[in-house]
Design a protein around this ligand. Structure first.
Ligand SMILES: [Fe+2]
Length: 468
């Protein structure tokens, strides 16, 4: 995400059912509004919808008009603590930023009444967060035909490991006494789940994949099935598109919508994310402090989830690898000394060890990162770039360690892209051709982590377990 998007405004107002306050953040004058421009008690302008209960199934009156206001390609990530925050972003083709305040209307799933078409959210239980936008009317290379604005809202103050429903978009004045909302322009209902508190040794599942490279039809054909799997978040290790243009990104986002709309997807830049500025502005990732220099923010990041520490590293050039090295060592050292952390997982695009017939191992990763992975006890490294599946032995000092004291390197680089021929080398335990496609699920349960690799249809390819 660009620096231009920094400075998000978070509003944690809880709607009061009578206009009285429900907590200290809510105005107390009886004319409570979710933003300041309707606190004067005047009747709001424009279309007004009753909000005694909020229908969460997107009634026709709430579908946006004009269509340029429609919130598109809603996605989720963590820029702050996964246990208590979520960052939700979307785009609109509306480019008049002055007339649009991005908002997320959300509530705990436990507060929502009914199911499916009958879902309703009592407005007394709803909360609203506001954010900001970044205008893209200038376009990129061939993308001038796709002017759009990226909107970002960071929601904070959430309950750990809790399911929420939300709608994203914008709306005008809310008058709680009249039970009205002006100009609602909101998405359908989606869901998000906050993370486990740091140190909590409760079970969780994350997914790992990489390299779709334009396979939008195959992704779209599988996205609903994948979204239905019971996982907590998703790691995507790069090369989502072929060229990184705005039109390609829109195809990728459209295909990924069922997953992106409802789940946190943490990403890493691959070598095919050619328009880096667009990549970093579209995705919102954790910002690290020193010693990671300002220019490399979001290239390298980490977060804690329960008893695990997750790290993402950019591997596309020697320069960026060297630039990340000091931060990586500091981050790994802190995690390895943290009693709350049992597991350290790393996501990169270029594999350290790969026996693929296409690219193979990556010298700059082996030279600069592998010694740090070994020194600080990284458990597993997820990479892509080679469009096939491979699992290494437990590697330390360029040898397989029978006592499991090394690092397991995974190539999970076939998320429906054209497959590459796999191979084997001294580190290889399991290897599958990329034509099968692949993705992985990892179940972490206290001192045990179970890995299952699947082919593109969901058939099991490989499974193994690490224990502490
Ligand atoms: Fe790649």
């Amino acid at each position: 995400m660009s620096l231009l998007l920094i400075g998000l405004l978070m509003v944690g107002c809880e709607f009061g059912s009578t206009g009285n306050t429900t907590d200290g953040d809510v105005p107390t004058d009886g004319d409570t509004a979710v933003d300041g421009d309707a606190a004067d008690g005047d009747e709001p302008d424009g279309d007004v919808e009753p909000i005694e209960t909020v229908m969460l199934n997107a009634p026709a009156a709430w579908i946006t008009t004009p269509a340029t206001k429609t919130p598109l390609n809603i996605r989720q990530s963590w820029t702050g603590d996964p246990a208590t925050s979520i960052t939700i972003a979307w785009r609109t083709e509306l480019t008049d930023t002055a007339a649009y305040t991005p908002k997320v209307w959300f509530a705990k799933a436990s507060d929502v009444e009914g199911e499916g078409e009958a879902m309703q959210l009592p407005y007394a239980a709803a909360l609203v967060a506001e954010g900001t936008g970044l205008n893209y009317t200038a376009g990129y290379d061939s993308n001038a035909d796709y002017p759009f604005v990226l909107w970002t809202v960071e929601v904070t103050g959430l309950a750990p490991h809790t399911d929420y429903y939300f709608r994203a978009g914008t709306f005008g004045a809310v008058d709680l006494e009249a039970k009205t909302m002006a100009d609602p322009e909101l998405s359908p209902i989606f869901s998000f789940r906050t993370g486990l508190k740091k140190g909590a040794a409760e079970p969780f599942r994350f997914m790992s994949c990489g390299d779709s490279r334009g396979a939008y039809e195959d992704i779209a054909a599988n996205a609903e099935r994948l979204n239905a799997l019971d996982f907590d978040f998703w790691l995507f290790n790069g090369d989502m598109t072929n060229g990184g243009s705005a039109s390609e990104w829109m195809s990728w986002f459209n295909a990924m919508d069922p997953i992106n709309n409802n789940n946190v997807v943490m990403v890493q830049q691959g070598n095919h994310e050619f328009v880096a500025e667009l990549y970093y502005n579209q995705f919102n990732l954790p910002k690290m402090g020193a010693p990671l220099a300002e220019e490399w923010q979001e290239h390298a990041w980490s977060f804690n989830y329960g008893n695990a520490h997750f790290i993402g590293l950019n591997t596309i050039t020697e320069m960026v690898v060297e630039a990340e090295k000091a931060w990586l060592e500091a981050d790994l050292k802190a995690a390895s000394e943290d009693d709350d952390i049992d597991w350290i997982f790393v996501m990169i695009h270029h594999p350290a060890y790969s026996a693929s017939k296409k690219h193979g191992s990556t010298d700059r990763v082996v030279t600069h990162f592998v010694p740090l992975f070994e020194k600080y006890g990284v458990d597993a490294v997820f990479a892509g770039h080679d469009h096939n599946y491979e699992r290494s032995c437990s590697v330390r000092q360029s040898n397989c360690q029978t006592d499991g004291s090394g690092v397991v390197y995974l190539v999970v680089g076939g998320f429906y892209s054209d497959g590459y021929s796999n191979g084997t080398d001294w580190w290889t335990v399991t290897s599958f051709h990329g034509d099968l496609h692949n993705y992985m699920a990892v179940d972490v349960n206290d001192k045990s982590a179970s890995f299952v690799a699947y082919d593109g249809d969901g058939n099991q390819l490989d499974t193994f377990t690490l224990t502490k």
